[in-house]
Design a protein around this ligand. Structure first.
Ligand code: GLU
Length: 445
């Protein structure tokens, strides 16, 4: 029996019922692989596709903890160790009430190809919990993280599986988890988590990396049209780690970010988003965006509504999956958007991507455009392994060169496989081939 794009997709639907986001992520990748399938029958013979859509290991566990009122709470924890062909499983942890197995599997699947594109030795994995850090005290977050790590620690290690942050998991959570890991194991294994604090094995520029990388990638896309961010009007969704640093880099490159958003609304700031104020409101105070609008003159706060109604040259969706649908894509295209690059994971629906393609809007998929975060996690692992710490400049230089390289690889691969200018095909094919060739080399394992 061989595996084909069609039969594998049907099998994925059948064996993973109810996991819509995972189906969506798999469909997009498989769709890009038709030409690869024709040119490389060896993959079908070895059933690479059937193997690559099946996680190597899926871990689900109970996370009990006690809240500030003394009540017992129970959450569910996940770690999906998807593919370790290229290196230890690598990928973030997401703490958000929408988390279920289908979300973690979509993210873990994307991570395989994203990590492959970075050129660093990292496999793909993802984890998290349906725990909602929003509105919880520091003490509650700490107790949850300690309980989560009390189970997770036995599955991870610098050569096995290296988690990091994602939505709802930043420096605070990584600190609590690293502390608990160190206590349980009695080992200072710096390389077991990335996104650590600078005093205990973290890397300079890791905090900025996903956002910076996304903007650098979008700038390269603009470059193919002989343009740059200079003087460009930019719409960014989200107001978390990715959005904040994407905005900062746009500003450094001479562009103007006019919006950011959170789950309750968005702000329009025609003077350009004040990144320092945004950091204060979102990162220090963990407050709502309405607070940003309240503290700055001339800012419009729109409750609800769609940030994609705001006209722009470049759109960077940096919030969450499926936040930009077909209707929003049509509005953006009508308003003249030239480039869309995904800072979040799969923020554009399948319908939205189709609209961009048909309208001739350049579209950079997340597994390429937001790879800067995990790439810099890879650089953090290198620093940990050599007990070294690099300067901000050196780390950012490496990040920038990785992003440019991913951009060029996407274009060259798209060209080679007959879809010039298609970043989705380029990213999927280039990311896939390296993993597939390695799986062939290993035999059936
Ligand atoms: N969560 C980030 C991503 O989606 C980073 C993962 C990491 O640094 O391991 O790629």
């Amino acid at each position: 029996m061989t595996s084909t794009v069609e039969s594998v997709y049907e099998e994925v639907l059948r064996r993973n019922p109810g996991e819509a986001e995972f189906h969506q992520a798999v469909k997009e990748v498989l769709h890009s692989l038709r030409e690869v399938e024709k040119r490389h029958p060896e993959y079908a013979d070895a059933r690479i596709l059937s193997r690559i859509v099946e996680p190597e290991r899926q871990i689900m566990f109970r996370v009990p903890w006690v809240d500030d009122k003394g009540q017992v709470q129970v959450n569910r924890g996940f770690r999906v160790e998807f593919n370790s062909a290229l290196g230890p499983y690598k990928g973030g942890l997401r703490f958000h009430p929408t988390v279920y197995l289908g979300i973690i599997k979509f993210l873990g699947f994307e991570q395989i190809f994203k990590n492959s594109l970075t050129g660093l030795a990292m496999g793909g994995g993802k984890g998290g919990s349906d725990f909602d850090p929003h509105g919880k005290s520091d003490a509650e977050v700490m107790r949850f993280c300690q309980s989560f790590m009390t189970e997770l620690y036995r599955h991870i290690g610098e050569n096995t599986d290296v988690p990091a942050g994602d939505i709802g998991v930043g420096g605070r959570e990584i600190g609590y988890m690293f502390g608990q890991y160190k206590r349980i194991t009695n080992r200072f294994d710096a390389g077991v988590l990335t996104g650590k604090g600078l005093d205990w094995g973290g890397s300079l520029a890791r905090t900025e990396a996903t956002g910076y990388g996304c903007t650098v990638f979008a700038n390269e896309m603009l470059g193919t049209k002989g343009e740059s961010f200079d003087g460009r009007r930019v719409v960014i969704s989200g107001a978390g780690n990715v959005a904040i640093y994407a905005a900062q880099k746009v500003e450094q490159l001479g562009g103007k970010v006019v919006t950011v958003s959170d789950s309750s609304g968005y702000v329009v700031d025609e003077n350009g988003i004040d990144v320092a104020l945004l950091q204060q409101v979102k990162e220090v105070e963990r407050a709502r965006l309405s607070e940003y609008a309240a503290r700055r003159d001339g800012v419009k706060y729109v409750q609800g509504g769609s940030v994609w109604d705001v006209n722009c040259d470049v759109a960077l969706p940096c919030a969450t999956q499926n936040e930009l649908d077909e209707a929003a894509a049509k509005t953006l295209a009508k308003n003249g958007v030239k480039v869309v690059a995904e800072g979040a994971n799969m923020p554009c629906t399948e319908g939205a991507v189709k609209v961009f393609r048909e309208a001739g809007v350049l579209f950079g998929p997340g597994k390429a455009a937001n790879a800067g975060g995990v790439a810099t996690s890879g650089l953090e692992m290198q620093q940990n392994a050599s007990r070294d710490s690099w300067t901000f400049e050196r780390t950012e230089e490496e990040l920038t060169s990785i992003m440019k390289n991913i951009h060029d690889t996407c274009l060259a691969t798209a060209e080679e496989y007959g879809t010039p200018g298609d970043y989705v095909a380029g990213a999927n094919i280039a990311g896939f081939k390296k993993v597939a060739d390695t799986m062939l080399a290993y035999g059936v394992v």
